[in-house]
Design a protein around this ligand. Sequence first.
Ligand code: BG6
Length: 511
Amino acid sequence: MTGAGNGKAQPAPPCTLVIFGATGDLTRRLLVPALRNLKRDGLLSDNLALIGLASRDIGDDGFRKHLSDGMAQFKAGAGGADVGWFTERAYYLNGRFEDPGVFQSLARKLKEAEATHGTAGNVLFYLATPPSEFAVIVDQLGKAGLTRETDGQWRRVIIEKPFGHDLASAVALNKEILKTLDEGQIYRIDHYLGKETVQNIMVFRFANGFVEPLWNRDHIDNIRITVAETVSVEQRGRFYDRTGALRDMVPNHLFQLLTLIAMEPPSGFTADALRSEKSKVLDAVHRLSPEAARRNVVRGQYGDGVVGGKTIVPYRQAPDVPAQSTTETYVAMKLAIDNWRWAGVPFYLRTGKALASRRSYITVQFKQAPLALFRDTPVERLPPNDLTLHIQPDEGVTLRFGVKMPGPAVRIDGVDLKFNYQDAFETTPSTGYETLVYDCMTGDASLFQRADSIEAGWRVVQPVLDAWKAEGATNLPIYQAGSSGPEEANQLLRRDGRRWRAISADGLGDD
Ligand code: BG6
C-alpha cells in the first residue's frame, strides 16, 4: 500500500528540504517535531540539508535556535534525536517571496548544500505559508528554474491547506500552479491522512473478509462522522473568521474520512488507483440545492461556557474576531451518495470547536434485525449494531451488539466488543506529519490530494457557502461552549428517527 504500509525500513533518499514560512507556528509545532521523530526512527538520509525561508531577518543562527527550540518544546516521541545533527545542516534566507532575488540566492544555497551535504540535487519545497503566498512562490520557483527535474533529480512541492477558499479559487490555484509544475510534483497535504487510524480505515475494510460483504446499502442504515474539538479559536481569529468550520474542516479532513469509508476497493494501493476511487465518491455526493443546503446543513457559533474547567469567552469576543461575526464554529450536515453501494444511506457529518471533549470517530450503524422472533417477549427494541472506528484519542474499534441479559425472561442489552490500539501495539506518539514528509521524500503521493479531489470536495460544499451567504446572520444558533453543539444538529437526525451520541467531557454518551 502506501509508503506507510511498506515497513519504512529504508531511510529516505538524499535531499534538501526547503521550508517557506520557516519561522512560523506550523514549522515549529508540527514539522520540526516530525523531522526529529523521523531522525529518531532512522528514516532520514544522512545526506539531508535544511534551508529555511521567511521574511524575518534571523540569520542561520536564529533559524538553528528556532529548530532546537521546536525540538525541545514539542517532545512528541520517546528518546531524542540529536539536535546538533539538524543544526549543522540548517541554513536560512530571508526576504519577500515576491522578490526574484530571494530565489536567485536560494538557487545558490541549493548548489552549496548539494556540494557540502551530498543532497544529489533533490529538493522538497515545503510551503508552510499563508495560502495567499502559494501561487507566487511556485511561480518564482519556476522562473528561477528550480522546479526543473533534470538528470534524475527530483523537485517536489508540498502545499499546506487550505487549498482555495471556495470552488472558484481552488480551481484557479490549481490552474496557476499547474503552469509551473506537473501534477506528479505537487503534494497537497491533509494531515488527517498522516494519522495511523485514518489509514487504518482502509486496512480494516479491505484486509478483513467479513467486512466488505456487509459494507453497503443492504446492511447499513446510516454512517455518522464526528470530529469534535475542545479548542476554541484562541489566537487564530484573523484566519478563522475568514474561514469558519465548514471551510476549515469539511472539504478536507471530514471528506478524507468520508471517502475512505465510502470508496470502492481500489485496484491496488498505488497513488492513482486510490485517489481515483476517493474522487469518485465525492463526484457521487448528491449536489445540494439551495433549499437542501438550508434543510440538511446546520451551523452554529459558540457562546460562553466552560471547557475542561476553563472559562471560554464567546467566539465574538475572541481576539481579532468582529463583534458581529457570523462565522460558524460548528457545522453538521446530511449528505447522500448517489451510487449503487450507498443510495438511500444517509451520511451525517459534524464538527465543531469549544465542544465538551476532543473526539473523532466514525459510527457505522447496521440495519436492525427483524423483531419477529421476540414477539412474545418483553423486548420492544433491539440495541443498534454499531461499528465505531475511533480516530482520536483512544484509537481503536468498538462493535456493539445485543446479548441476552441473565435471567429467566428474554431481555436484551447492548454490549461493546472493544479493541484499543494501545493495548495491542507499542505505539510511539507522532504528529502525523512524519508519514507525509517521508512519503513525499520517497515519491509516494497516495496520502496526498490530487487536483480533482480537491475540486470535487469544494463542489460539494459550494452550495452551502452560497446559501449561508444569502442568509447572512439568520439560522446561526449560538451553542454553549463545553456542550455537544447546537440543538438544531440533534434535530437534523431526530427528524430521520436517529441520534448522535452526546459529546460529553467524560467520553461518548449513549445512543
Ligand atoms: C486544522 C484546522 O487543519 O486541523 C484546525 O485548521 C483544527 O482548526 C485542526 O483544529 C484539527 O487537527 P487535529 O489533528 O487536532 O484533529
